[in-house]
Every structure is written in structure tokens, then in C-alpha cells.
Ligand binder design. Sequence first.
Ligand SMILES: [Zn+2]
Length: 387
Amino acid sequence: MKTTLKTDLTVDDVCKGFVYNELEGKGLFGLSGKLTIQPEYQRNYIYADGKRDVAVIESILKGYPLGLIYFVKVSDDKFEVLDGQQRITSFGRYVTGKFAVKDEHGMEQYFHGIAKDKQKKIEETKLTIYECEGTETEIKQWFKTINIAGVPLNEQELANAIYSGPFVTLGKAEFSNSQNANIQKWSAYVSGSANRQDFLERALEWVSKDNVGDYMSHHRHDDNITELKTYFSSVIDWVSCVFTDVESEMRGLEWGRLYEEHHHKPFDPKKVSEQVKTLYADPYVKKRKGVFEYILGGSADTKLLEVRVFDDATKKSVYAKQTQEAEAANTSNCPHCALGHDANKKKIWTLSEMDADHVAAWSRGGATDIKNCQMLCKTHNQAKGNR
Ligand SMILES: [Zn+2]
């Protein structure tokens, strides 16, 4: 990783060839075309609010430092702004007459209307710029280390920056475009928003089996995203075929993993729909998000549902009854220990040494009421498994 500190570039230098896209709200280029102000991975210009953009100009006029600006050197004579995009776009827009700033008499003044010495002061203001170049790994490390002003880039925005190229551009056009008509359908299963890259991130996680960095690095220069799109559609289509009713708890589940684990098995959507309805109506099911994986796995792993357990009053009452009967019969108060032949055959466990168990398993229709409750020592309860 090589960083070079530059202190000789001025506002005027950076504003040479400044291009601002009014429609998309982006500062695009500067430094006579050598600088990309808003690379693909950056968010749009958000300083155009008559406060933050004005504050940048006022700082310059008062001679306050504008803070560090970071460029990434992308080739011999080409740079991208990593940090400083909002500040550069602000002064770029000001010197090109896009907004006015109030003078000391409260009059709105555009750049061309202010005194020549003030114009000169702005143009000649020197910037403090770090030019950085390095390998992908180094830049990645460095991205994470520096504190990017304003809203920090999230993981996927960082990855888009590190692996920028045709693949990321195409991926964003498909998955990060809030105008894409598919977004609504995807939103039933994927949480987040297009412009914070959540759909792109999920699509990449699914196709790469959670190796997003490797996948992006490998496909960085591809001129198509066919595999990414196809895989994502396969997962979404599979979910919507198996589970015909859309429930809000489906949003944000690990559908990529569930697809890999279960898509080769046949499901009857009608039967699945009935199972979902039954579990949704069951008052003992605490975790509805687990219903889908539970059904896909053959309705076996009740841990996924966090089935409601017996309350303390029930446990105490059952414990008292079992213990009284066990003492009278000179046997253990754990019915399983009582059947054994070891030292615990006659052991009277304390309440805290025991756990409540469903006599008839909940998954086979056993209720969570006192008639279906028995207390077992912890060892035997665990041996019986979570049912
Ligand atoms: Zn026992």
C-alpha cells in the first residue's frame, strides 16, 4: 500500500472540467477529466440542501481547512474519489454557478457575482489529498480502516468499490435499481432496500454460497451476470412455488441455504400450505420464522419453532406429586431413573435438578398442559431430546 500526500492541488485544479449531472444529482468528473468524482459505488450527492453545500463554501472563504480528501489511483493518470466526494461536488457546483451563498449583507450571491479577490481565494485554496494505490487486499483493508465521512459504506458498498468493473455495473443495474419491476416480488422474501445494495448482496451470497468476495473477484471483468440472475431467480421461484401463501415472516430468511438443502425434494404446495396454516394457528409455536425450515426438513426439528414450555407452577405441582409418590414407593422421583439399575434407582432429585418433559411429544400432538407434563432428571430429559 502506497500513499502519497499532495498539498499542491487547488480548488481550481479539481474544478477543471467539472461535470455535474443535474438529473441524477451526481458530480461526475474533475481535474481535467482525470478524476472520477462519483464512481459507481458511491452514493449520490446529498449536500445540495442549502446548508451543507453552503457550509463548504463558507469554510473556504474563512480559510478553514476542508479536511482530508482521499483519491484512489486507478491507473497512471486516473483517480477516483474515495472520500471527499460531497465536498468536491459542493465547491464544483458553486464555481459553476449552480447555487448561491449569502454574503455579509444577507444578499444571495453566485460565484460570478462575488468580488474578484473572493473568487481568487476560493480558486486558490489548496486541498489536502492522499493518493492511495495498492493491491485489492490492501485497498480493502484500508477502506475498512479509514473513517469515511458521513454515512459509512456498508459491506456490499465496500465490495462494489473494491471489485468495481463491468460485473458490478451490471449487477447494480439489475439488483440495485429501485425502478426494477421485480423488486416488489423479491421484497416478499428478501429484506432491505435496493439502493443500499441489499438485493445485490443477497443474490451474491446465494450464488457464491457466502463467498461474496471470492465470487466478485473471480467475475470482476465478466460482461454478463447470467449466472447471478439465474441462480437468484431459481431460489425465488422455488420458494414461491413451495410456499404459495406469502407470510411476512418469510422476509429475510436464509432462502439460499434452504434452497440448497431442500430443492431436490418434492413438495405438495397444497399440503405445505395446510401445514403452514396449522402451525401459524398453534398457540405453542413461539417462532413463526422457523415454520418454513421446519416444514422443509420434514416437520422434525421442533427447536426451530421454539415451542412454548411448561410454566413454573405446572412444573412445581407435577414435581410435588411425583416426589411424594416416589418417596412412598421408595424409588426415584425421575421415572426413567426408577426403571434403571444404577445408583440413581432410588435417587430423589431436587426440583432444580429436573426438567419438564412432554409425555406425548408436542410434534405428535401432545399438549403443553399439566396432564402431559412429567418431570425428568436433566440427564434423562436431554437424552429424550427436544421434542
Ligand atoms: Zn433420571
